[in-house]
Design a protein. Structure first.
Lengths: 124, 292
């Protein structure tokens, strides 16, 4: 029994030491992998900056890739009216019109007279 | 110390040291994990904050930006008498709304299309074409009351509040400044939802139910909206342009539900004023000329 315990303890110790060794190894490999990954990402970013799919077109047409993408999108689907309205750029005059709309109010006595004239008899 | 005991002690000490040795290199990983947890918590907190209800001031800024885009696209119809009349009818039905923390603003858009829509915080628009399609004041009241119903039910606001993509960037400095990139994105999203995609049918039915309730409580016949919808259906079948028939539930279904409510509530008041004469006098400029 005591021998068994000893053997078990030795096995546990061995396993722990192996785990320690492998974890240290993995940490080093992990950090190396991280470095490799970062380098790869940086290289890819550089490649993208240098020119992607639209770079050739840009050189020929002088248009930016963003413009090309917008054109592609517009060609593939129709722009709804809501989107057109949403893309509108309000001018100062438009904003002033909204402010005027906000400031417009009919006096309460006029509303009351309007209701009375129409024999509306509202609740409240 | 006996050699056996010494051996056992050494064995246990070695095991404890091995565990410690395992824990020491993990300290860096723990720190990294701690950073990750902190970032995740910050992100979760931000996301939770983004999905919280908007304040009234934020809602107003979004509504104002939507209104500015609508005005920029269509332009307001410049007729002081008609604007005043639409505001009088609008104020009469809006006074019956459960939601009184916003001020309702009404305006006529210079468009032949037959449309009406509302932006958050009470900006309500009706087109010249929709006014022209109405035959009496009770129909106009029904349409405006339906839009008041959308504002009262916070239908658009709830969509905006739930949309993570739309709300992304809410915490940036000057996000709610007029004309900001955030408000542009937000109001554009609202208009696409309203006009191109349409609200959920449940929200439209809810606005209908609220609308007839407000119109009836204001003193108008409850069937004004239903009569307008019937005419809208006919007009669009004859080529009239309206996103109402494209994005809203079928008129047949809407009118069936409206009629159910009118019957259930005993709102068939034949003696209530439709005010066709007053309406005709106030809207003659937008009505198509006979034979035109």
């Amino acid at each position: 029994m005591k021998r068994m315990l000893k053997l078990f303890s030795l096995l546990v110790l061995g396993a722990l030491l192996m785990a320690l060794t492998s974890s240290l190894g993995q940490e080093q490999t992990g950090s190396e992998q991280d470095q490799d990954k970062t380098q790869k990402e940086q290289q890819e970013k550089k490649k993208k900056k240098k020119g992607g799919f639209f770079s050739g077109l840009k050189a020929i047409t002088g248009e930016s890739s963003e413009q090309q993408e917008v054109t592609a999108t517009a060609g593939s689907k129709t722009v709804g009216e809501g989107e057109q309205i949403g893309n509108a750029q309000p001018t100062t005059a438009d904003r002033q019109a909204v402010t005027a709309m906000e400031n417009y109010s009919v006096p309460q006595k006029d509303v009351k007279k309007f209701q009375d004239d129409g024999q509306l008899k509202p609740q409240q | 110390m006996k050699p056996r005991i010494a051996f056992r002690t050494a064995l246990w000490a070695a095991q404890i040291l091995a565990v410690l040795a395992l824990l020491v290199p993990a300290r860096e990983a723990r720190a990294q994990f701690g950073d990750f947890l902190k970032k995740a918590a910050d992100k979760a907190q931000k996301a939770q904050k983004a999905l919280q209800p908007m304040t009234l001031e934020e809602e107003r800024e979004v509504g104002r930006e939507v209104a500015a885009k609508v005005v920029a696209f269509f332009h307001l119809y410049k007729d002081d008498a008609l604007t005043r009349y639409v505001n009088l009818v609008g104020a009469t039905v809006a006074a019956q709304s459960e939601r009184q923390d916003v001020t309702y603003h009404f305006a006529v858009l210079d468009s032949d299309d037959i449309n009406a829509f509302s932006a958050p915080a009470g900006y309500i628009f009706i087109t010249r074409g929709a006014v022209a399609l109405c035959e009496d004041e009770s129909e106009l009241a029904g349409v405006l009351a339906h839009e008041v119903g959308h504002v009262a039910g916070k239908h658009v606001l709830k969509i905006v509040e739930r949309d993570k993509a739309l709300r992304a960037g809410f915490d940036e400095a000057k996000a709610y400044a007029p004309g900001s990139a955030y408000l542009h994105k937000m109001s554009r999203g609202v208009l696409i939802k309203l006009i191109d995609q349409g609200l959920a049918p449940a929200d439209e039915f809810d606005a209908d139910q609220r609308g007839i309730k407000y119109a009836h409580a204001a003193g108008y016949p409850a069937d004004g909206l239903a009569r307008f919808l019937t005419k809208l259906d006919e007009a669009t079948q004859q080529g009239g342009k309206s996103f109402w028939t494209r994005t809203h539930p079928p008129v047949k279904d809407r009118n069936a539900r409206l009629q159910q409510t009118i019957t259930a509530q005993h709102w068939e008041d034949a003696d209530r004023p439709k005010l066709a004469g007053r309406f005709a006098a106030q809207t003659q400029k937008v009505k198509p000329k006979a034979g035109a």
